[in-house]
Ligand binder design. Sequence first.
Ligand SMILES: [Zn+2]
Ligand SMILES: [Zn+2]
Length: 331
Amino acid sequence: MTESGVDEKSAAHEGVAETGGHQLASNSARRALDIVGDRWTLMILHLAFTSVRRFEDFQSRIGLARSLLTDRLRRMEKAGVVRRERYQDRPPRDEYVLTPMGIDLFGSALMIIRWEKRWFYDPDVIVHRLRHSCGKVFMPELHCATCDIEVVARDVTAVDGPGAGFEPPQKPRAQRRSTVARGELDPHQKMLERAIEVLGDRWTAQTIASAFGGTRRFNALQAVLGVAPNILAERLSRLVELGVLARRRYQDKPERFEYVLTPEGLDLFPLILELIRWGDRWLAGDAGPPQIIRHRPCGTVLKTRIICDQCGETVSVVSTSFDAVSDPPAR
Ligand SMILES: [Zn+2]
Ligand SMILES: [Zn+2]
């Protein structure tokens, strides 16, 4: 969990499948990313947090083919993050409403916004004008609920929890890389451009989550993720291009490289922690959390809250708003 990393031991261990098929160490971030680590799902969620509910409204904002949007909404419904509510009988029409499990992803949405705002601030991006109920445009920060220090990767340790174990990987779903040209993105897409590049793909997202677990070498990543080498190589070079991972030589003969988180990459830590918290709460089941995470400065099991950097108060879905959405400038 720390920058120095857990080590390669767990990664090597994970590569050894004891029960036949490939098994992965249980991990709440990975479970969460199996649900939300998808370009369109992330967009749908962000729109849902701005009160979009209807199929046509999602479609007109995202510009996604009906079949793809239907598929993503179904998946989200099956996962339990949205539910359908009938709003018209003839002809029958449903809208998609966030469930409590879905609303609880607001912390992750805030951590995405925080990261984008910090590293790629753009005054034209709507979500960068996130406003708190104190009246100020603010930066959400993840703090330890016990000692109130902002949580950073080097202050956190993780050990196996009651739910530690192994599980088969999720079946890969057909996921083509999107080829939307940047100039064509509408303001809602633009708001998530960077985060989507990093998280909107199953393998890039899982690679980042594994990097925080201390797995940084090609073979170890391949074993941890159960991904084909050519796909992993492509995703790693993309993450290097995006500036969240850096390639570092650790051996000369033969030449070998490892992939380490850059400052931008390390700053995704609050988001990973939020995903872990969400996964622990909603996806761990009776077994309990796979990992117990502690906060070094106060020594307690980490509990977090998201605060407004302007007034220090806790931020929630009801205490935030986005400044009025202005029309995109005429081209
Ligand atoms: Zn603390
Ligand atoms: Zn505030």
